[in-house]
Write a protein that binds this ligand. Structure first.
Ligand code: RFL
Ligand code: PHB
Length: 395
């Protein structure tokens, strides 16, 4: 079999890329190792920058998003038992949208079904070959049978644990990494959110985040040790710990209920450079991971996909290769700013077990400075809503 662009991974990055290329008349095949049911149920991101919303609309999958999203003009930071609101809209002129990643995944899958796109679910043993030649290949097994796809280009959109990044020789890839001594325990519940906007809480017992999926579905996170076992967190323990970490007025208003999902996510900062090797292009979590504190992971994946679809489309339309050549540098300029912000926001809001008394005092001073300085708030806000996307002349 042959195609123009072989895409490894059918998460948001892979399906959005396939969709944008499909609209430009470029043929793709997506290889995804999981089942559609598994993908639809995977709970992850919730907060979208305007650039991500715009791209989903351009891809023709924004109709339900625009109808159901919650638009947030502000965000709260709490510490020392008090809440402080940052007026995102007033500070930047921009807002953020709440709409679950699982819903984006469903919208993309529905659009692909309607377009009869070529998506192979439950593709096993996917491997990449001939990346430095003109016709790279993807091999895989499906229901015990071996298959090979010959491609013009391959997009590695298979997330942090995927095989695409591993196909790049170690001597040409550089890894920058930071791990954190804690993770996030998250629950989803059909309860009314404690506040109409998000609350990021710095508390001596650890960080907590109050977020949501809709006005009747809440998402809460607690900082826990990196090796924490979800089994040790029955709902009652979660709610009682959350109440201790959020300000008293929020704790009093908190509606509790049965959790419908509960999981622990490791926190990590990671960048692999460059994002291109021969005819392989990495996009999304396959190339970089941020701690979720700044809500940047999915948004970065969307920008990579925007840049990659522009580069591939320019190649087929006019034979331009400069956008492909500049792809990695264009993504990395944005990725590193989001890395810096996510790391900084994590440092500001979490309790580091190894922090010295000096570091703890400096963190308290930074929080106090933040709420007293419009300049500091603007710096946070302009990163949180999403830095501008550098445009390129698509002549
Ligand atoms: P994904 O979503 O991991 O998709 C990769 C896909 O590739 C498949 N795959 C393979 N397929 C074939 N062969 C193989 N060998 C394969 N190996 C893997 C997988 O099954 C999967 O379907 O990567 P993608 O598409 O790059 O998307 C990235 C986002 O999922 C991620 O960045 C966000 O979820 C991060 N994130 C957040 N991002 C935001 O922008 N805003 C947020 O509010 C936000 N909150 C979060 C988050 C991530 C979290 N966790 C779980 C770490 C909150 C949390 C708790
Ligand atoms: C979420 O809604 O899951 C969410 C929101 C903001 C974050 C991280 C996760 O920073």
């Amino acid at each position: 079999m042959r195609t123009q662009v072989g895409i490894v991974g059918g998460g948001p990055a892979g399906l959005l890329l396939s969709r944008l290329l499909g609209l430009a008349g470029i043929e793709t095949v997506v290889l995804e190792k999981r089942t559609p049911e598994y993908l639809r149920a995977r709970v992850r991101a919730g907060l979208l920058e305007q650039g991500t919303v715009d791209l989903l609309v351009e891809a023709g999958v924004g109709e339900r998003l625009l109808r159901q999203r919650l638009c947030h003009d502000g965000v709260e930071i709490a510490f020392d038992g008090r809440r402080h609101r940052l007026d995102l809209k007033g500070l930047t002129g921009k807002i953020v949208s709440v709409y679950g990643q699982a819903e984006i995944q469903k919208d993309l899958m529905t659009a692909h079904e309607a377009a009869s796109s070529n998506i192979v679910y439950e593709a096993e043993d996917v491997s990449l070959h001939g990346l430095m030649g003109d016709r790279p290949q993807l091999r895989y097994h499906k229901a015990g049978e071996a298959h090979e796809i010959s491609c013009d280009f391959i997009a590695g959109c298979d997330g942090f644990h995927g095989v695409s990044r591993q196909a790049i020789p170690q001597e040409v890839i550089r890894i920058y990494e930071r791990t954190y001594p804690f993770g996030w325990l998250g629950i989803l519940s059909d309860t009314r959110p404690v506040n109409h906007e998000l609350i990021y809480c710095n508390h001596e017992r650890g960080f907590a985040l109050c977020t949501m999926r809709s006005m009747s579905r809440s998402r809460y996170y607690l900082q826990v040790p990196a090796d924490e076992d979800v089994a040790d967190w029955p709902d009652a323990r979660f709610w009682s710990e959350l109440k201790r970490r959020i300000p008293a007025d929020a704790a009093a208003a908190l509606e509790t209920g049965t959790s419908i999902e509960k999981s622990v996510a490791q926190l990590r900062s990671f960048v692999a450079e460059p994002l291109r090797h021969g005819r392989l292009f990495l996009a999304g979590d396959a190339a970089h991971i941020v701690p979720p504190t700044g809500a940047k992971g999915l948004n970065l994946a969307a920008t990579d996909v925007r840049f990659l679809s522009e580069a591939i489309t320019a190649h087929y339309r006019s034979g331009r290769t400069d956008l492909m050549e500049g792809y990695s540098a264009r993504c990395l300029a944005r990725v590193w700013k989001a890395q810096r912000f996510s790391w900084w926001m994590t440092a500001l809001t979490h309790r580091f077990p190894e922090a010295s008394p000096f570091e703890r005092r400096a963190q308290a001073a930074e929080l106090s400075y933040l709420i007293s300085s419009k300049a500091a708030q603007t710096a946070l806000a302009e990163n949180y809503v999403g830095l501008p996307i550098a445009s390129t002349a698509l002549a």
